[in-house]
Structures are given as structure tokens and as C-alpha cells.
Design a protein around this ligand. Structure first.
Ligand SMILES: [Zn+2]
Length: 354
């Protein structure tokens, strides 16, 4: 192998006999290749584990557009591809923007059994009571959804097309994350109960396998105010569901040997360990449409909150924004987000630390 010949010439320390060194270096070279391969596997696995799958986020934003009244459809339909494609921007930003990571979750169990009574509904009250650093450490999704909704309402008032679209895409993402049970517990990836990987299993693997049978068509958007109440009810329901997400996986695992529980699939030319189809099917049945139900509720709430913000802004005429296209400067901002996300990959954990 030419690569091994290269090690012979470039990796021989001067104080060891050449032949012995060649064997030794070949061993380390092969070892490092294997380690590199394992790293690629684990990176691929951890990426999968990080969020509602990209597919689900895009689907949620896209279907939410269909629920809007005609006055809004006009503008949102014109830009449905933007809202779909950019539904995953906040996840990409988690590694490039300080303060982004904590917007996707809240570890309710960090606040004890009466978390929902302890935590103030509005951000200024929460900061006053618990301090900003502490809040950010354990996640701020219910407060950040309110902030983003406030920003969207202002963007509507100003008829700022680029901001309306950018904030709508982001808001759809945060609302969808709040519907994921494991986004409301510090045991977000089963790491405290020896169930690592369950995060991606629930929100990526299950939709990937079964979503084509989900019924995701929902009626017209409804006005829902106060938004604070909607989002706090959502995280409360998500947290209630997190027990069964963890418990059923634990129980089912007792009936499966590891080689039956997991399988390997080629994704983007990388061999990736994932949950086997058989194990996934059994788990999906045990959960009784839970993933479909949470996804339906996500679509419903995204449409409802976009609509509510538009009503609260005084129902501006969006026809005036027809023909809007993103200009060079707008695209540059999006491009910077895309490029920057990798920089902090090894500095930011997907969710909060203890
Ligand atoms: Zn997210």
C-alpha cells in the first residue's frame, strides 16, 4: 500500500532500527486509521442524536404554511421553500452563536417536582427570581419562543419581509423542539440511565421510518393568546411524555440482544450504527402514536403562533410584500450562519450540562 510506504519514509524516529520501526509505525498508522473511522462513526451518530431530524423540522414548517388564512398564505406560500429549507438554521447556529444552544430545550427536572409552579412564565420575572446564568444553563426554550414571537409581531408591524421570514423559520424550529419530550429533561440523551442514543432514536430514526404513515394534515390556524400559556402548556406536556420515552426503551431493550437492537447502515458513504428496524417498530408501537401526535401538535402550534403574531401586529396587508426576494446582503447573513456552525462543534454540547 503506498500509504504504508509513506510511513516508512516519514515516520521513522532516528534512534530505533528501521525494520522494527516500520512494523511499529505501521501498527500505529493502522490504529489511527481505525480510530479516525470510529470518530467518524461517533460524529455521525452524535449528529443524528442532536435534534428533531432535519426532515421533521422542514416538514413541520412547510405544513404549518398550509394552515394559514388566505391573507397570510399569499406571502408565506411564495416563500414556502425558504421557510422549509431554513427550518434547521437554529440547529446549525448552535455551534457558531453564543447563547443559541440553550434556546432549544429546558431541563425541567433541574427545578424539582414543582418546576412548573416555581418557574415564572415571563423572562424578566424569571431573571429576577433565578438569575440569567442559571436559567441559561438549564435551557430557555419557553421564554425564547415568547421573545421570537414578540420579534415576529414587530417585523409584521414594520412589514419587513426578510425579518418576517427569518424569524418565522426560527420560531417554527423552537416551537417544534419544545414538543420533543427529551428536550425537557437533563437526561436528554439517556446518558444518565445507560440509554445513550435515545434522543436521535425518538426524533430522527422513528420519523424517518414511519412518518409516511402519519396523518399530518390539520385544520386552519387559530388565534392563541397569551403565547406564554401555549408554550408553557407545551413543555409541561412534553415533560410528562418523557417518562414513557425512557421507560419503554429500557423495558424493550431487555428483550433484545445488542446485535438485534442495533444495525449498521450506509449514510452519505459512512457506516452508521442505528436502531434496527425490528426494535424501532416495537418501540414505535409501544409509544402509541406519540411521535406522530407531538409532530401534529408542532405543526398546529407553529401555524397558530405565526397567525397570532400577524393578528397582534394589526393584520398588515402582506400583498405589499409580493415579489420580495432575498437580496445579496440577506443571503450573506444566511451563508455566514451555514459556514460558521462547524467552528464551535467541539466547544458546545448539544444540550445543557448538569
Ligand atoms: Zn433545535
Amino acid at each position: 500500500m503506498p500509504i504504508i510506504h509513506l510511513t516508512k519514509y516519514f515516520m521513522v524516529p532516528c534512534c530505533v532500527p528501521a525494520e522494527k520501526n516500520f512494523k511499529k509505525n505501521r501498527f500505529f498508522f493502522i490504529l489511527s486509521l481505525n480510530l479516525g473511522f470510529l470518530m467518524l462513526l461517533s460524529i455521525q451518530f452524535s449528529f443524528q442524536n442532536a435534534y428533531w431530524g432535519f426532515w421533521a423540522h422542514k416538514r413541520i414548517n412547510r405544513l404549518a404554511v398550509m394552515r394559514l388564512p388566505v391573507e397570510m398564505q399569499f406571502f408565506y406560500r411564495q416563500n414556502i421553500d425558504y421557510l422549509t429549507e431554513n427550518a434547521t438554521n437554529p440547529d446549525k447556529r448552535r455551534y457558531s452563536v453564543v447563547g443559541e444552544a440553550e434556546r432549544h430545550f429546558i431541563d425541567l427536572d433541574m427545578y424539582g417536582d414543582s418546576a412548573l409552579h416555581i418557574l415564572p412564565r415571563y423572562w424578566p420575572d424569571a431573571v429576577k427570581k433565578l438569575g440569567e446564568d442559571s436559567l441559561r444553563k438549564h435551557g430557555i426554550v419557553p421564554w425564547h419562543v415568547q421573545t421570537a414571537a414578540f420579534q415576529l409581531t414587530n417585523a409584521f408591524k414594520e412589514k419587513d419581509a426578510a425579518r418576517i421570514l427569518r424569524i418565522s423559520a426560527d420560531l417554527g424550529h423552537y416551537i417544534a423542539d419544545a414538543h420533543v419530550p427529551l428536550h425537557t429533561t437533563r437526561n436528554y440523551n439517556g446518558q444518565l440511565t445507560n440509554q445513550e442514543g435515545i434522543h436521535g432514536f425518538w426524533e430522527s430514526r422513528l420519523p424517518e421510518l414511519f412518518a409516511d404513515k402519519y396523518d399530518l394534515w390539520i385544520g386552519a390556524a387559530e388565534y392563541k393568546d397569551p403565547i406564554a400559556e401555549q408554550i408553557w402548556n407545551t413543555v409541561a406536556a412534553s415533560h410528562l411524555a418523557s417518562d414513557s420515552v425512557l421507560l419503554f426503551e429500557k423495558e424493550l431493550s431487555k428483550d433484545f440482544k445488542p446485535d438485534k437492537k442495533y444495525s449498521y447502515e450506509l449514510r452519505n458513504n459512512v457506516l452508521t450504527r442505528t436502531y434496527s428496524r425490528e426494535f424501532s417498530e416495537k418501540y414505535h408501537q409501544l409509544l402509541h402514536n406519540q411521535v406522530e401526535h407531538r409532530m401534529r401538535l408542532s405543526i398546529k402550534m407553529v401555524g397558530d403562533i405565526w397567525y397570532t403574531c400577524w393578528v397582534n401586529a394589526g393584520q398588515p396587508d402582506l400583498k405589499e410584500l409580493s415579489g420580495f426576494t432575498f437580496n445579496g446582503a440577506d443571503k450573506k447573513i444566511d451563508g455566514a450562519e451555514e459556514a460558521g456552525w462547524f467552528k464551535r462543534l467541539f466547544m458546545v454540547r448539544p444540550e445543557a450540562e448538569d
